[in-house]
Write a protein that binds this ligand. Structure first.
Ligand code: DOR
Ligand code: ZN
Length: 433
């Protein structure tokens, strides 16, 4: 495999610029003025920074079943362009990823494409129906080695089923990720319950629908001696509960999406269904609490909840639209806007919340590693001083449902490396040659 030399780049955006030589899938050398062989590919890293490749714990790739909206191939391209070297593909496909046949297929397809490691998430319950546990052990023992289970899109709302899932997860050494939504409180709801939804005539989704499940699951995890991960935290109350639970020594972790950090329910004015998402966009005060919690470590990581949807499922009446928004290619820029811009995080902190912490939560030992000689070359090169204007048509996803259309955002991925191979460069995904 040929070598790659990144010249004059600042590791984590700090210190003096150095050269970084990649070879045999690893970081081979770090130093000043490194020499290059004839076949070495050179990157000019001047003014740029190097971070460990990002890890997304929450991606919907839609294959199998809705290949009209995204495929493992197009989603992998979007991931590589966004700086990700590993993504976790959610189980709400058709068929549902509730057997090793499906999870192993997703893993193999991701490896064939080779743009990003696609780790399948297994369903907690058969068919995501919340009634009967799926065969988590078989999925964990399969080729994909499934390590995370979630019924995302649905909440595991039956407390006894959730309790059993947590008990099994502990003995299997895997993680349960909960989409926290008490369905009795969200029946028919399409928007955050508050003054805006009331004025616009949209059925409200109370904060308590999320918070009641977060509180319950913290207690169930405590009793089971298991870990639990909270998907897409969206309210101030969830932040308070996480703080409390962590203070009690409960093994609870949480993610926040870029869109819940940047956007709020004032966006609903236009009734544009691109803004419909579960959990819903909350109030500005919630977004602020989420940003602070991510800065303080109460929320552990960023996860995109990349959720492609077809035009006919989005360009319709708000209440009839499917929930979800694209997120892979815009994640870094939204984090730069919400966290770096206001000084809540530095680039070292971005490496922590987009790479190191998600890798640790999922138990990946080849991702989120230090930028040091001998470590796997899963890396992302970032231009922190540029800006770009988001155009759905230019994104790699098949679907167009980005809420950031025409928005100008800071920072951009200039290259992504997976085990020392270029997977994205200057806005183009680079397949195996
Ligand atoms: O907005 C969402 N979209 N939230 C979810 O939990 C599921 C996701 C999807 O699959 O579209
Ligand atoms: Zn969800």
């Amino acid at each position: 495999m040929s070598e790659i030399l990144i010249r004059n780049v600042r590791l984590y955006g700090v210190g003096d610029p150095v050269d970084v030589l990649l070879g045999d899938g690893e970081i081979r050398e770090i130093g000043q003025g490194l020499g290059a062989g004839d076949s070495t590919e050179i990157f000019d890293g001047s003014g740029q920074l190097l971070l460990p490749g990002f890890v997304d714990l929450h991606t919907h790739l839609r294959e199998p079943g809705r290949e009209d909206t995204e495929t493992i191939e197009t989603g992998s391209a979007a991931a590589a362009l966004g700086g990700f070297t590993a993504v976790f593909a959610m189980a709400n496909t058709d068929p549902v990823a509730d057997t090793a046949v499906v999870t192993d297929h997703v893993w193999r397809r991701g490896q064939e494409i080779g743009l990003v490691d696609v780790h399948p998430v297994g369903a907690v319950t058969v068919g995501l129906r919340g009634k009967q546990l799926a065969e988590m052990g078989t999925m964990a023992a399969g080729e994909a080695g499934v390590r995370m289970f979630s019924d995302d899109g649905h909440c595991v709302d039956d407390p006894l089923i959730m309790r059993r899932a947590l008990e099994y997860s502990r003995s299997l050494g895997v993680l349960i990720a909960q989409h926290a939504e008490e369905p009795r409180l969200t029946a028919g709801a399409v928007a955050h319950e508050g003054p805006n939804a009331a004025r616009l005539g949209l059925a409200g989704w109370p904060r308590a629908a999320e918070e009641s499940i977060v509180a319950r699951d913290a207690l169930l995890a405590r009793d089971a001696g298991a870990r639990v991960h909270i998907c897409h935290a969206s309210t101030t109350g969830t932040v308070e509960l996480l703080k409390w639970a962590k203070g009690q020594g409960i093994s609870i972790t949480a993610e926040v999406t870029p869109h819940h950090l940047l956007l709020d329910d004032t966006r609903l004015e236009t009734y544009d269904a691109v803004n419909r998402v579960n959990p819903p966009l909350r109030e500005a005060s919630d977004a602020e609490a989420l940003r602070r919690a991510l800065a303080d470590g109460v929320i552990d990581c960023v996860a995109t909840d990349h959720a492609p949807h077809a035009e006919q499922d989005k360009c319709c009446e708000f209440a009839a639209a499917r929930p979800g928004m694209l997120g892979l290619e815009t994640a870094l820029s939204v984090i730069a806007e919400t966290m770096i811009g206001p000084g809540l995080l530095d680039w070292r902190g971005v490496a922590r919340v987009m790479s190191e912490n998600p890798a640790r939560i999922a138990g990946l030992d080849d991702q989120g590693r230090p930028l040091a000689v001998g470590e796997p070359a899963n890396l992302v090169l970032v231009d922190p001083d540029t800006s770009w204007t988001v155009r759905a048509k230019e994104l790699a996803s098949i679907s167009n449902n980005t809420p950031y259309e025409a928005m100008t955002l800071p920072a951009r991925v200039t290259a992504t490396f997976l085990r020392g191979r270029i997977t994205a460069r200057d806005g183009k995904a680079v397949g195996r040659t």
